[in-house]
Design a protein around this ligand. Sequence first.
Ligand code: DAH
Length: 332
Amino acid sequence: MIDELPTLEAEALAAVAASSMIDDLKAVESSVLGRQAPLSLAKKEIASLPAERRKDAGLALNETRRRVGEAIDARREELAGGERSAQLAGERLDLTEVPDHVDVGHAHVVTRTWEALEDTFVGMGFRIAEGPEVETDWHNFDALNIPPGHPARDAFDTIYVNHGTPGSALLRTHTSPVQIRTMLEQDPPIYIVAPGRVFRRDTADATHMPVFHQIEGLVVDREISLADLAGTIEAFTEAYFGPGFHSRLRPNYFPFTEPSAEFDIQRPDGSWLELGGCGMVHPNVLRAGGIDPEEWSAFAFGFGIDRLAQMKFGIDDLRDMFSNDVRILTQF
Ligand code: DAH
């Protein structure tokens, strides 16, 4: 066999070149370099050669085996590259195909109304503030001049949370506690609106939901007057509802403001819509927020978001807005 090394090498290299897959190549490798391969059996033959030939024969065999080994490695890399490209080609997705109809969703009507309100107030120079939905009774009531036993507490059908001292944690019944949190967090002047989710122990019907949305406004600055409040409500009315809409204040009572008012919007056809409450922030509320009422004065307002969405999109029953039935929601 030693005399046939060139032939054995040529055959081995031809077999390597002919293998077309990695698995074939493995079989070729064991048939040309494995224990039973001629190029392996040849090693034994060397021992039986005359001493003067052994060295050259050994070198020649090793060189042959090395070249065959290199050819196998090179072929393996070639095949691996090819198989990878074939796999990639097979997994390729045709993304040029465009379906003829795509259902694209949109934001919920309440979200759209909420965002439009934010945009209007931001355009007027207000910043957005936030507070937690689970509140302390102090932020929701006491700090807003509604001490324990105050009849106004009963007017809010409060949902209490089982946390800490009974009655000390609740789901906020209005966004007004954000007034307190904002005053405690930042120094005046303050110009904020706080949209948010609020909760009351109410049975759902066409005009009430136990979970609904409000937006709160608070302005704290030097020499803020009722005229500033009325002017701000009027500017908001025209900016949000459009030209031809106006506003008016009617005396009312809220514990956290003095004087307090209800504000209405007049539509271009002359009809009135009751929107929300407002007033000059009560000195007790400013003090609870860490603000000196001798130095600063403030007004606040608050109103519901859901009814605005309902009106804007012509939805008769409030429950339809929250049923999350896409057949209804996609109509708006
Ligand atoms: N928090 C009141 C409510 O939920 C609404 C309100 C009235 C907010 C007067 C105010 C305000 O900021 O000044 O009924």
